[in-house]
Write a protein that binds this ligand. Structure first.
Ligand code: ZN
Length: 481
């Protein structure tokens, strides 16, 4: 029996420094979708990883007095540990220093060469080590990298060029034809605009850098960081073997807004050269600012996710990023905002509802959720009302999630929480009445529904609620801060 497949990836991270909160958003967004698709019965492959090679890593390792391998082994582990802590359900953690990856990259370079898409030449260009990318003079801002605002280096060396220009037309045509190739649309338009200018061929080797995958045609070169990194999406599904045939094209690459060009144009033309289809969708998220400023070491405002989880727990961190950060725009973190969300939505909203209903169930000894509904007119009416509320939430939830609007999906779940609160206030089930047990039972049913909807977002909390529903023993989900 073959299930429908769903391949979702995040970008692989540079392990030059320890992960910060900005790294977490993308993994959590991807995790929600991976879990959601699994629940829908898809055969999901969800990959994350680290981009271990390049000059930047080589220099950071030097500074730390370590050899690059030793350095990335330690750093990469930090990322791996963090994803475990955040309950990320990735099926693979791929590192570009792994043998399986080196093999695939070298095979692909050979294939591209055999196709006639590589030639040797001399490259003179401006290079930002932090981006591991070349810039044209017109792309710079005050002679500095437009992203890092740091001076670029002039590089002049012999190199292998990839005939990216050859694929410009084909790429343009395919991106134009697929409205969902890049989400949001504004980013897709930016790329389409940039593709109006003639596309330059791409230097894909380095001669003066040693920390990388040896170039298969000439071992004194290494393969440049970007082609090396992008190919991870094929390595993780075991290209060119059976698994890759099932999972390619990728359904979704989730990336940050600084690497859209690499994922649409560079990756796109490499795939076309290989005769492979383009990924179906590239979803672009914004960045996290801290009190309105860019998170940076020099500003001293870097938020450490390990400390944050230790203080508040995994699900509150997941919740904040999904609820507070607009999915495709920049969003702001402050401790005040974090604690406000925690208290109002988690402790008071969800936590309070579950605790209240559990206590009522305990006290009034409502045993199971499967008590048949009453036959009276009133009962039918409320049943219809409840079913309507659940249906509406499910519809909104599915629709918004398919559009990657994580915050709105959560809002729809919280509407159901609001519905329960109003129902409780109206029916006052703490008072003995004929309807008391039925009301509590209805509430238990809705809470079960809420727990199911929360599974992709707050897996730990969802499990705790479902367990409480079985044992009818209440335990606070989110102690007040
Ligand atoms: Zn840069």
């Amino acid at each position: 029996m073959s299930k429908k497949t769903f391949f979702i990836s995040t970008a692989i991270d540079y392990p030059s420094e320890k992960p910060h909160l900005g790294h977490c958003l993308e993994k959590i967004q991807a995790d929600v979708l991976a879990r959601y698709k699994r629940l829908q019965g898809f055969n999901v492959h969800f990959s994350v990883g680290t981009d271990d090679h390049g000059l930047k890593i080589q220099r950071y390792a030097q500074k730390a007095g370590k050899n690059p391998q030793e350095f990335v082994d330690e750093m990469s582990k930090c990322f791996k540990d963090l994803w475990k802590l955040l309950n990320i359900s990735n099926d693979d953690f791929i590192r570009t220093t792994e043998k399986r990856h080196i093999k695939v990259v070298q095979e692909i370079i050979k294939k591209i060469y055999e196709k006639g898409d590589l030639y040797k030449g001399k490259y003179k260009g401006l290079y930002c080590v932090d981006c591991e990318s070349y810039y044209l003079p017109k792309d710079l801002k005050n002679n500095k990298c437009p992203i890092h605002h740091k001076p670029v280096e002039i590089i002049e060396e012999e190199t292998y060029f990839f005939r990216m220009s050859k694929y410009q037309k084909q790429l343009l045509k395919q991106i134009k034809a697929n409205k969902e190739f890049i989400i949001p649309e504004s980013k897709r338009n930016e790329i389409l605009n940039r593709l109006k200018a003639p596309l330059q061929d791409l230097s894909i080797s380095r001669k003066t850098v040693s920390w990388g995958i040896p170039f298969p045609l000439e071992k004194k070169y290494i393969i440049a960081v970007w082609p090396d990194a992008l190919i991870n999406y094929l390595t993780t599904i075991d290209y060119p073997n059976e698994k890759s045939k099932k999972f390619w094209p990728a359904d979704l690459h989730i990336i940050g807004k600084d690497i859209i060009w690499h994922h649409s144009v560079i990756w796109g033309s490499l795939l076309l050269s290989l005769g492979l289809p383009l990924p179906k969708t590239i979803f672009v998220h914004g960045f996290i600012t801290v009190s309105g400023q860019k998170m940076s070491k020099s500003l001293g405002n870097v938020i450490g996710p390990f400390e944050l989880v230790k203080k508040y727990g995994t699900d509150p961190v997941r919740y904040f990023l999904l609820r507070e950060i607009p999915p495709t725009e920049d969003g702001d973190f402050t401790y005040e905002k974090f604690e406000a969300r925690y208290n109002s939505d988690l402790a008071k909203g969800l936590g309070n509802l579950v605790a209240r209903v559990m206590k009522l169930a305990e006290k009034s000894k409502v045993k199971s959720q499967s008590v048949p509904y009453g036959e009276s007119q009133a009962t039918t009416k409320i049943q219809v009302k409840i079913q309507k509320a659940i249906d509406k939430t499910q519809r909104d939830y599915r629709k918004t999630l398919e559009e990657f609007k994580f915050n709105e999906a959560l809002i729809s779940v919280w509407e159901l929480i609001g519905f329960c609160d109003r129902y409780i206030e109206k029916e006052r089930p703490w008072e003995k009445s004929k309807k008391q047990k039925e009301v509590i039972n209805n509430l238990l049913l809705i809470i079960g529904e809420i727990a199911k909807l929360l599974e992709p977002f707050l897996p730990e909390t969802s499990e705790k609620i479902l367990k409480q529903l079985k044992t009818k023993k209440s335990k606070p989900l989110f102690p007040r801060i």
